[in-house]
Design a protein around this ligand. Structure first.
Ligand SMILES: Cc1ncc(COP(=O)(O)O)c(C=O)c1O
Length: 431
């Protein structure tokens, strides 16, 4: 193939990344079962998967997917508003909404897209459904003339109904460690974003106090943080609602299936589920599949279906994926022993690794960070564990802050006690 100048530019960039130990490369890792993989001809215990309950291989979940493939085929064939939304999607959405204690749920092709859809819907419906037109009437009056003039020069948004939007009317207040999908989604709205230090409730309160009239504030956080495995202080955040008017959007990607009386998330476990306005989850972690779901009021979900581009312009998840997710939700509720074991293992591993030179945060989430600092140190530590047949990956910037490169150990209820012991002993002997 002809060499192009921009290929040379990219090659130089990649060489710089390699030199800085930041180059990312895919590996071909073949699953054997829920917790074992084959890589480069060798078998490993997988401590780098979000398959917290082993549901990727649960016989009931697999059977549900197979049956749905036989009935509906392997793909949805179209976006949901064309012809890609079927009975399997509707049934899974209803099951997820019931499980989450929300009025409605909408399925999306990934958790990443679910966050985009949720955030865009909050931004574009804030003026009508959530905050009330009247509240923003004055702001609208002042700004509409210039907005309209700008719009004249824009190509028409052919597939979307016309919508009045006032820039600056929504302000997103986001935890510093919120997932990239949340940050990307907020940036895409072009609304104001203010980042508060991780779990810093006093700072969040101060930001809420700064609210201008005619401005809707949206607090955005994960419940269990993906790279640190610690929990948001959802009680304290929801208490702020007594004095401040804001929408609370919580990404429960890593808590769904693991926390809560029915595995329905950390907000439910803390008894503050009713205070969460929009709850986002993935089907790709504890549920073992792929896809995302946005849960909220029926009117919010209806708005999402109408306005969220991540929903409108993407093919629906395969019906079999929806059916698998629905069965996974049943399994989560019917087999609480899986999450009980997982959290017991998480406490045990944290306690034992906490006695080594590594400080691990307390808690019982299955995400356990072992911070090494420099990228090269994290990579070298990962390689030491690989030599022991343990698959643990190094996480480096930009996924985590510079100087906090780490091993990100993730546990599954399906790890055996012996495998957990092998992991701990290998970490104990890290230089
Ligand atoms: C907190 C959080 N939100 C959203 C996502 C995106 O989910 P998905 O992988 O299903 O796109 C992830 C996944 O990495 C995540 O950790």
């Amino acid at each position: 193939m002809r060499s192009r100048p921009w290929d040379q530019i990219a090659a130089d960039d990649l060489a710089r990344l390699r030199h800085a130990h930041l180059l990312r490369e895919r590996r071909i890792i073949e699953p054997i079962d829920a917790t074992h993989v084959r890589w480069g001809g060798r078998e490993y215990v997988n401590f780098s998967s979000n398959n917290y309950l082993g549901l990727t291989h649960h016989p009931r979940v697999v059977a549900a997917a197979k049956l749905a493939i036989e009935i509906y085929g392997v793909g949805a064939g179209a976006a949901p508003l064309i012809s890609g939304y079927g009975p399997a999607h509707q049934s899974a959405e209803r099951a997820i909404a019931r499980w989450k204690g929300m009025e409605s749920a909408v399925l999306l092709p990934s958790g990443y897209q679910a966050n985009h859809a949720a955030i865009q819907t909050v931004a574009s419906t804030a003026f009508s459904h959530l905050a009330g037109e009247a509240r923003f009437a004055e702001a609208k009056g002042k700004r509409l003339a210039s907005e309209a003039a700008k719009r004249e020069n824009l190509p028409p948004d052919r597939d979307l109904p016309a919508r009045e939007k006032v820039k600056g009317g929504v302000r997103f207040l986001v935890d510093k460690l919120a997932h990239a999908s949340l940050i990307d989604a907020i940036r895409a709205t072009d609304e104001t974003i203010r980042v508060f230090p991780h779990n810093h409730i006093a700072k969040l309160r101060r930001l809420l106090e700064e609210s201008r009239e005619c401005q809707l504030q949206v607090v955005v956080t994960e419940s269990i943080f993906s790279m640190d495995g610690d929990a948001a202080d959802l009680r304290a955040i929801t208490e702020l609602k007594a004095k401040h008017d804001f929408i609370l959007l919580v990404d429960e990607a890593h808590a769904s299936g693991v926390y809560g009386p029915n595995g329905n998330g950390l907000a439910a476990e803390l008894g503050v589920g009713d205070m969460v306005d929009v709850s986002v989850m993935t089907l790709s972690k504890a549920l073992g599949g792929i896809g995302g779901a946005v849960c909220g009021s029926s009117i919010f979900c209806e708005a999402l279906i109408n306005y969220a581009r991540a929903y409108l312009f993407s093919t629906s998840i395969p019906p079999a994926t929806a059916a698998a997710a629905e069965t996974a939700v049943e399994v989560v509720q019917e087999e609480p022993g899986r999450r009980d074991r997982l959290r017991r293992l998480a406490r045990f591993v944290r306690e034992r690794i906490g006695k080594t030179r590594f400080a691990v945060p307390t808690g019982d989430s299955p995400i356990i960070p072992i911070v090494l600092g420099e990228e090269a140190a994290a990579l070298a530590a990962a390689e030491k564990l690989w030599a022991e047949g343990l698959l643990v990956m190094a996480v480096r910037p930009p996924t985590v802050a510079k100087g906090s490169s780490r091993l990100r150990v993730t546990l599954s209820s399906e790890h055996t006690d012996a495998e957990i012991e092998r992991l701990i002993q290998a970490v104990e002997t890290l230089p």
